[in-house]
Design a protein around this ligand. Structure first.
Ligand code: HMG
Ligand code: MG
Length: 305
């Protein structure tokens, strides 16, 4: 199959990347990061989550961040929503600060569902049903994140059947797009392709994206394996920020800079300016006083001296 000519990248750094940070990142730093990402040409940014601040304190400033962003026309701003309380909080703000898209999330593994959101897979899906209906009624796009599609930190290997089952449930409640997430980054290309195939039983190729954490260094290979199937939408995290609070040792998503470099090198357009993206990554890495997790950013900065 011919590779896609254009790829859409969603930068999830401000949410997935920062949610696990121990030091408090002030809202104005998060807002500045969003501004720099949109300045670099990102067309979608996952900004924050409306989850319980007791579970994920770093995201407690969700409303402040959403209302601090100077929106750029054409950019889609998404937020993670676990339940009706989170949805109501996101919509309690002035309409100008509503998300364009919400992300509901469920796991392909029962144990991870319990650990991450304190309920079963079935319960999480039933929780989403009224949220999805309300969002769509208000014209808000609904994406579903499917965690642990190849491996679970508690149960180990996850079978493609479990992914197909979850994708079917997501479709049934009216989710419009699903993210196929390797939460702990254990997937290898053929396993990821099996998870994609399972998802494609219920969703069209244009409604599926890849979300690969890079814990085992497989995320770029898994991106390429997905591209070969025609998948053209991916999540990535600037500077490779992140980790999951409920998956010990899991590192961040693949660095957006590294994906952009690979795609541009293959002649695939992203609409992203790599130099400006590297600067955005440098901004947040400097704030965190940490070396960037992007190999490309590190190499290009070293070259500049
Ligand atoms: P629970 O304790 O079962 O909920 O948590 P509850 O309904 O019993 O409420 C308990 C307390 O939380 C109450 O407060 C609620 O008001 C409050 P209290 O009465 O004790 O003072 N609460 C909330 N507060 C603010 N916003 C809310 C909210 N809901 C309840 N929305 C819950 C259930 C889902 C809330 C909890 O488990 C939670 O917040 N979990 C966070 C999960 C999370 O953020 N995980 C990381 C993101 S997922 C991810 O990273 C994976 C992804 O990237 C894809 C991949 O890589 O796999 C998407
Ligand atoms: Mg993730």
């Amino acid at each position: 199959m011919a590779l896609p000519q254009r790829v859409k990248l969603v930068d999830v750094g401000p949410r997935d990347g920062l949610q696990n940070e121990k030091q408090t990142v002030p809202a104005d730093v998060k807002v500045e990061l969003v501004h720099r990402l949109q300045g670099a040409g990102l067309s979608e940014i996952e900004v924050t989550s409306y989850v319980s601040p007791k579970w994920v304190p770093q995201m407690a400033d969700n409303a402040q961040v959403m209302s601090g962003i100077r929106r750029k026309p054409g950019v889609r701003y998404s937020v993670l929503i676990p339940n009706l309380q989170g949805f109501d909080a996101a919509l309690a703000l002035d309409r100008a600060y509503w998300p364009d898209e919400i992300v509901v999330f469920a796991a392909a593994s029962e144990s991870f569902s319990q650990r991450n959101i304190n309920c079963s897979i079935g319960q999480s899906i039933e929780r989403f049903r009224p949220i999805v209906a309300a969002a769509r009624e208000k014209g808000i796009y609904v994406r579903g994140a499917m965690s642990c599609v190849v491996g679970c930190p508690i149960e180990g290997e996850v079978a493609p059947d479990a992914v197909a089952r979850l994708a079917g449930l997501m479709k049934d409640v009216g989710v419009q797009h699903v993210g196929v997430a390797d939460t702990i980054g254990v997937g290898t290309p053929t396993k990821v392709q099996r998870a994609m195939e399972a998802t494609l039983k219920h969703f069209a190729i244009d409604d599926v994206s890849g979300h690969f954490h890079d814990t085992y260094g497989q995320a770029l290979a898994n991106t390429l394996a997905s591209l070969e199937m025609g998948v053209w939408q991916f999540d990535a995290s600037v500077a490779g920020l992140g980790g999951c609070p409920y998956a010990k040792g899991a590192t961040g998503n693949v660095a957006t800079e590294d994906v952009v470099y690979m795609l541009h090198g293959m002649g695939i357009a992203t609409g992203i300016d790599l130099d400006r993206l590297i600067e955005a990554g440098q901004y947040i890495s400097d704030f965190l006083q940490r070396k960037s997790g992007s190999r490309v950013a590190t190499a290009m900065m070293a070259k500049r001296g």
